[in-house]
Design a protein. Structure first.
Length: 441
């Protein structure tokens, strides 16, 4: 029965994806993050993302409602990154010692290319604030519903078991799921504050609080660090910092008081400097990435470099482990050049968001851009901090956030140009978002 419902929704949406490509964008985001097919049996391996992407891409060719000038600093850097990872994979095919992981690297390159391609589709088709709201809402609820499911599981089992994402998805691992929820928490928070629909507001607040619980119950130390940063930033940006700090301290006390024994053992050992296999594996992987990058500083080893055979070759005696860091993953696989591109793109996003907030201070009608700048800044900070301990350099959500940063810059320039042509007094925009006319997914 579940398979029938899932496939009916997916297949029934294909004509809409063609005639309304923006709807296809929302469907693709929902499918990519929520992974509805992973809750079925026969639909489990159905290529839902491809099925949604094809009519969306075709429909976009005939659409007139697109952003014409998309080339800002962030989108150029994203394109440079796409070109660079292609170059490093091609280089890996010419190096004999990398031959064993070239095929796996090709599959990763194809997957990453699809994600970046659809990120550019988002950039083209999300051409208004209302459409940007729809994108944020689908992103927040896709992860929010998974968090509610995971939080309920955690409550029923008294937190004795880890919370995981949908199987065989890019957030299947507990660490990846915790990272995704950290990056989505600010979207849930800001959308819940401003959205007009009461039932959506309640659902977003439920998603937010269950996400906090689910992050804790992933047992991921990197995700827990990211959660502390996100909640701390909420407090810092609040008008009532002392009250927020008190609530945060009380929350931390509740976690320590009622956390299950297994969770306390895992976190306590780490805080006392006792490295378990996971923590030791991180150090081994980071050392391997540095050694490999020093020998291949320009291109690294290409996609899927972290392999047992290469560990034995470059760092003999060390136990194999995955990269466990977006920075060391990029360093080992894409060399110092790839790491520089990642850091430059992240830095560019932070600079753009801060600059936008300054630029709209004296423009009340663009106050919403300042709010979204705050929101995206916290999302990206969660990625930068948690990602230091988690292997998600090619994270779908990271590309979406970079694109949304570019969209804010595009919208700002467009609005300023319109003001210059029509210099009439601007009315202050209402603080409450308009109620969605129809649910996107």
């Amino acid at each position: 029965m579940r398979d029938i419902v899932i496939l009916t929704i997916i297949l029934g949406s294909l004509p809409l994806c063609f005639f309304r490509p923006y709807f296809g964008v929302l469907m693709w985001v929902w499918v990519a993050y929520f992974n509805p097919h992973r809750f079925g049996y026969y639909a489990y391996n159905f290529p839902v993302a491809t099925a949604i992407a094809i009519p969306t891409l075709i429909g976009m060719v005939f659409s007139r409602q697109i952003n014409r000038n998309i080339w800002v600093r962030e989108t150029i850097l994203l394109l440079v990154f796409w070109i660079w990872v292609t170059i490093t994979w091609i280089n890996a095919t010419t190096v004999p010692i990398f031959a064993d992981h070239v095929l796996d690297g090709k599959l990763r390159l194809i997957t990453t290319s699809k994600v970046i391609l659809m990120s550019f589709v988002i950039l083209l088709l999300v051409n208004s604030r209302k459409k940007l709201d729809g994108l944020f809402l689908v992103t927040a609820l896709s992860f929010g519903l998974l968090a509610i499911k995971g939080g309920i599981f955690g409550i029923r089992t008294s937190g004795e078991f880890r919370v995981w994402g949908p199987p065989d998805s890019f957030v299947a691992d507990n660490n990846d799921f915790g990272l995704a929820l950290n990056m989505t928490l600010p979207i849930m928070f800001y959308m819940a504050r401003d959205i007009g629909s009461k039932w959506l507001k309640r659902l977003l607040w439920a998603s937010f609080f269950f996400s906090v619980l689910a992050i804790i119950l992933t047992y991921s130390r990197g995700a827990l660090l990211g959660l502390a940063v996100v909640l701390g930033m909420f407090t810092w940006k609040s008008r009532h910092r002392m009250l927020g700090a008190g609530v945060l301290a009380g929350f931390a006390l509740l976690v320590i008081t009622f956390a299950p024994g297994a969770w306390m053992d895992r976190m306590g050992n780490f805080l006392h400097g006792n490295l378990d296999e996971s923590a030791e594996g991180r150090l081994n992987a980071w050392h391997f990435a540095i050694v490999l990058a020093n020998q291949y500083p320009i291109t690294g080893g290409g996609f899927e470099t972290f392999q047992p055979e290469l560990f034995d070759r470059f760092t003999p005696g060390l136990r194999f482990a995955g990269p466990h860091s977006i920075y060391f993953e990029m360093l080992g696989e894409q060399g110092y050049v790839g790491l520089l591109i990642l850091l430059t793109t992240l830095g560019s996003c932070f600079v753009t968001l801060r600059r936008l907030r300054r630029q709209v201070r004296d423009k009340p009608s663009l106050n919403w851009i300042a709010k979204y700048s705050d929101m995206l800044e916290i999302c990206l900070l969660a990625y930068a901090i948690s990602g230091a301990f988690l292997p998600r350099a090619y994270f779908d959500l990271w590309f979406e956030l970079a694109v949304c940063t570019a969209l804010l810059k595009i919208f700002y320039r467009r609005e300023v140009a319109a003001m210059a042509l029509n210099p009439e007094p601007q009315q202050r925009e209402p603080e409450v978002l308009p109620e969605m006319q129809e649910a996107p997914v």
